[in-house]
Design a binder for this molecule. Structure first.
Ligand code: ADP
Ligand code: ASP
Ligand code: MG
Length: 405
């Protein structure tokens, strides 16, 4: 008899038949005597639909109101899942994030979990009830509804598994596990039996939306071992855990593509101390996370100027643009160029620490495909390049074939 946290994503609860399917699986574990906490996402398409509605009314809606709005998606699914369990005779109780004791900071739309008090959940489990918790949402100490960033139900599940000291944490989704690349883009991609936290974290933050990156960070911090698997079959999934020695034998574990990035270029900013600090402080103060940054050394004499480029998440482009526009009088740039037509392609593997020639091989592969590289960034275990969006999937397939084919 184990304490199990199971998370079901949007497509796994996408209609009443799928919800029934979830209930049947939960019932099996419950019947075997396990204590089951189920975290569910909004039904597929619901969160996007709500965002679209709000943006029809106003391009930059209040983030507080967005949280109020988006939290309704998960609230629908918890009740439906509880009802589906009742229908097959399994005692179940649904809970919002707040009722489940999930306390967050007040950064609307990207709140961080500060603390979880799972007292009520434990009481219900002791009564042999299945507890269904709304993913993606929490509440501040002041009682404001918050959400945990897109894909945040993963974080709810991992955080609950940590708080409850669960024996098992299972992330059920619409693919059989974590693959060497998104199997919807690269059909040759292979399912991985296991992957390290660091690799999963890089893949997730570089666009592999199978796991929310913040949830992987949390899992690593608290040592929550979890399995990513399909809600549509019983195949074993992918185990995500601390790195083991033999993992370094593989140079590239996976390839990811992030189509959700946008690039801003400040053309001809004065090349003098304090400019970059001013720009990135202002972006940070607006809670905008900047990813890649490229700035060249200026040439020539007189008043040297250089271009400063950086990437942000696509949904943040408008907000970032506004921050930059407001800085114009302080940072005397000539022009701002904003584009959404980029893709960030990355290769990830802990084995890169001990192998050379990986970047050369990647760039050579892109050159042979005729794909131009716009920006480059590397870390010990990853190499990322920004390329033209229209060529990004072709580039991904070629790079996957070169390293993992
Ligand atoms: P859920 O609704 O269950 O949270 P998501 O849509 O957020 O599911 O994530 C699952 C999707 O992630 C898959 O359908 C797949 O297209 C995509 N994906 C991207 N990269 C990978 C990868 N490396 N391995 C598996 N799936 C991936
Ligand atoms: N419903 C939220 C989203 O679409 C959270 C999640 O699915 O994990 O981002
Ligand atoms: Mg998801």
């Amino acid at each position: 008899m184990a304490l199990i946290v199971q998370k079901y994503g949007g497509s796994s609860v996408g209609n009443s038949e799928r919800i029934r399917n979830v209930a049947a699986r939960v019932a099996q574990y419950h019947a075997r005597g396990d204590s089951v906490v189920v975290v569910v996402s909004a039904m597929s398409g619901v969160t996007d639909g709500l965002i679209k509605l709000a943006k029809e009314l106003m391009p930059l809606p209040s983030e507080r109101e967005m949280d109020m709005l988006l939290a309704t998606g998960e609230q629908t699914t918890i009740a439906l899942t509880a009802i589906a369990l009742h229908a097959i005779g399994v005692p179940a109780v649904s809970m919002t994030g707040a009722q489940a004791g999930i306390v967050t900071d007040g950064v609307h739309t990207k709140a961080k979990i500060q603390n979880i008090t799972p007292k009520k959940i434990k009481e219900l489990l002791a009564e042999r009830k299945v507890v269904i918790v709304a993913g993606f949402q929490g509440q501040t100490r002041e009682g404001q509804v918050t959400t945990l960033g897109r894909g945040g139900s993963d974080l709810t599940a991992i955080a609950l598994a940590a708080a409850l000291k669960a024996d098992l944490c299972q992330i059920y989704t619409d693919v059989d596990g974590v693959y060497t690349a998104d199997p919807r883009i690269v059909p040759e991609a292979r399912k991985l039996a296991e992957i390290s936290y660091d690799e999963m974290l890089e893949l997730a933050s570089l666009g592999a939306k199978v796991m929310q990156s913040r949830s992987v960070e949390f899992a690593k911090k608290f040592g929550v071992i979890f399995e990513v698997r399909s809600s549509l079959n019983d195949n074993p999934g992918t185990i995500v855990k601390e790195e083991t020695r033999n993992m370094e034998d593989v140079v590239v574990r996976g390839v990811s593509l992030d189509k959700n990035q946008a690039k801003l270029t400040l053309v001809a900013v004065p090349d003098k101390p304090g400019i970059a600090a001013r720009v990135f402080k202002a972006l940070g103060d607006a809670n905008l996370s900047v990813d890649m940054i490229v700035q060249n050394i200026s040439h020539g004499t007189g008043s040297p100027a250089t271009d400063l480029s950086f990437t942000v998440d696509k949904p943040d482009l408008l907000k970032a643009r506004k921050v930059i526009d407001d800085l114009h009088s302080e940072v005397a740039y000539v022009q701002v160029i904003a584009t959404e037509n980029i893709g960030k392609l990355s290769i990830v593997g802990v084995g890169m620490k001990s192998h050379t020639g990986v970047a050369g091989k990647m760039f050579d592969t892109l050159a042979r495909e005729g794909v131009n590289i716009d920006m480059i960034s590397t870390s010990e275990i990853k190499i990322s390049v920004v390329v033209e969006l229209a060529r990004a999937e072709q580039a991904m397939k070629a790079v996957h074939a070169a390293f993992l084919g």
